[in-house]
Design a protein around this ligand. Sequence first.
Ligand code: PMP
Ligand code: GLU
Length: 400
Amino acid sequence: MQNSSCLRLASRMNALEPSATLAMAARAQALAAAGADVVDLSVGEPDFPTPAHICRAAEAAIAAGKTKYTPAAGIPDLRKAVAADFTRRTGLPATPAQVVVSNGAKHSLHNAFTALLDAGDEVIVPTPYWVSYAELIKLAGAKPVLIETKIEDDFKLRPEALQAALTPRTRMLLLCSPSNPTGVVYSAAELTALADIAIEADIAVVADEIYDQLVFDGRPEISFPTLRPGLADRTVVVAGVSKTYSMTGWRIGWTIAPEPLSKAIANLQSQETSNPCSVSQHAALAALTGPQECVAEMRREFQQRRDLVAGRLRAMPGVQLPEIGGAFYAFFDIRTPLARSAARGIATSLQWCEALLEHEKVALVAGSAFGAEGHVRMSFAASTEKLTQGLDRIERFLTG
Ligand code: PMP
Ligand code: GLU
């Protein structure tokens, strides 16, 4: 069936790409449903069940009839808990009025961009970047300015590169540490150097800290606005429960921002989506206020998997990867293997991922989806058994 011409799409839809991570996950799931023995390492989703005490809080919320609209920005107790948890972990004062709870951190990012960006505004986005940033910025009518970072620099944005990218239209810098897709974690000194440029240039910063507690080797948790006095006045912190508490399907994320901006975001949300799911909010409240051992347990498990994955990948021919300090991704350079396989028609990261899925039934995501051709992303949010199976197959594909 065709769209009738009256259903022609708005121009903003023309350049909109579907989420490559979700698309690859859907393909892997379809193959598995058809009976194929697929090792799906595409999507970034913790494989642990949501901790039982969190599920019980949701059941109790349903039983207590907490199934109605809530204030658009979230129930007061949850906004209070988000602010208190942030202050406890970072030392930075935050009030409930600075918090807007949304339908996942992706929605929080959309809110921040929509509330702040005008047509033609530029947002500096270091590449490799998480798939949705550029699309969400474009949807807000603004322009993502992609700044390439190099594996030699551990895929970190250098202050000189940020300085050189500034124009009179620059409104915002987007940072993600620990990073999806690279797993790289900036040091406090590296972030402070970027903060000083943002202050000097008077631009806003969106700090995507969704992986804030998933840091390895005893690294400290660093929240961007803590790094300089007054930095919180120009920063929107984006975070949520999806990764920290293995709650991806519950769809709860939030922004922490100065009060006037938070009010604007709450207004926007009241018109666009109303409140996030009431039951999920009660689950998130239990996550933040309940026992925190589950977070440390998952972190330990992810660190062990990181050791396995990084060790195995580094030993594979022609593969390079940066130091993975957090999150649950390995982003590796396959330019050398691609140069060898180009004659067989496997010259791009997408072709490589397609061929890997076809021949070895392993699903990874092509670096091109993250603005970094010549690389691929592997999620290690999977069991050790699955990871070992996947790594064995990747090795066979690379050496075959
Ligand atoms: N930011 C980053 C860097 C992510 O990896 C994700 C995971 N999808 C999100 C935001 C969105 O998280 P959520 O599932 O809470 O929307
Ligand atoms: N953050 C995850 C990933 O990058 C979830 C997928 C998505 O939200 O696009 O794989």
